[in-house]
Design a protein around this ligand. Sequence first.
Ligand code: GAR
Length: 200
Amino acid sequence: MTAKLKVAVVISGGGSNLKALIAAAAQPGAAFEVTHVFCNRPGAGGLAHAAAAGIPTMVIDHKGFSSRGAFDAALDTALRTAEPDIVALAGFMRILTAPFIESWRGKMTNIHPSLLPLYKGLHPHRQALEAGATMHGCTVHWVTPGVDEGPIIAQAEVPILPGDTEETLQARTLIAEHKLYAQALTMIANGEASFPPSSS
Ligand code: GAR
């Protein structure tokens, strides 16, 4: 049996995507495993999902650092100790500095709740509703400099229904995210997705 893809997941909050990844990794024949979880917020709900699965966690509180660069350097050092094949950002709500992104070039993924390149940044569900869109969705992509940019690995569409609010659309999109992230990591593990060499 070939070795499983070792994934370090980085979160900030509730960690429902992390929980879905842990569940997917527990399935027989899973192509990836969640080996470590890192979090920038003490007490974040997602930490409990990792603990329940016996996955080591580390909290690096961004409030303890004087600059974005100093926090990113600490996260970088911690991640290097974990030696993951892939760093999967899952609801990690901080903008990363260019040196950090460069140092994990081709090895870091992110999930964003929109059909990128549409609705980057904050409140993508609200952006979609305000644009009068009838289709929404989610995207897993490689992380490159530029928020919510980078080559797309996989996307899933989620219809916008009459009467949808930001909350209902967010909830429906999150269900799609939970399947999509595991699919994307499986594609990477199986060599069906890789970072395009020409990408910056
Ligand atoms: C998810 O919808 C994720 O796509 C989004 O935050 C939520 C985290 O939920 N991420 C971003 O918006 C990043 N730009 P979770 O903590 O329950 O996984």
